[in-house]
Design a protein around this ligand. Sequence first.
Ligand code: MG
Length: 235
Amino acid sequence: MNYKAVLLDLDDTLIASNKVYDKALKYSADFLAEKYSLDSEEFYELAREKYSLISHNFPTVHTRHSRILLFRLALDETAKNYDIGVLPVVEDIYWDYFLQNVKVFPEVKETLKKIKEEGVLTAVVSDGDLSLRIRKVQSAGLLKYIDEVVASEEVIFEKPFSAIFTLALSRLGVDPHEAVMVGNNYKNDIRGAKLVGIKAGVFSPEGGNIQMSDNGVKPDFVMKKFSELLKILSI
Ligand SMILES: [Mg+2]
């Protein structure tokens, strides 16, 4: 197999996001609880509830990742006459905590460096808004190895809808059969890529966060270590 480009999911493929989301939520919920004299455990639980409500109310669009909306709902319910000026502040607190604490999976940097040296193009293909995608890639120290960052915000609909994949291919100037996709979500990353004719594999490291593996989607390959990507690319 020889490919000209690699499309990479971001969260729980390049960076171990899942582990940090909850801590970031606790950290920012504590900030609000202290500010408005609320019980910190109760407010954190409420914030978790609102997070799941927002995720379910906005399927397939990037609004489902909004943290400002969950803090708004949680404060609406608990803090009378709170200052809405605090909403963007707590959103920044949340993402700053996340960006400072999220870790890159082992072998990712070295592997991407090698891929770049070999002249294979790379694009991060990730659901959410563009600004935060770029900031995540940047604070993970990966921006210098990556050719493109493509966000679902740019095409409205999230993976597995095909627009984000075709936008990534067109930005890199390659055809579907010349690219390979790597992700952690069988439905969104694997099925989504395969629907447009891109070979797709799962990255399943120890302690990883595999999603939607029980829906009958068959990946073209499974990687336990990120460096196995080099073999897939015949590097
Ligand atoms: Mg992911």
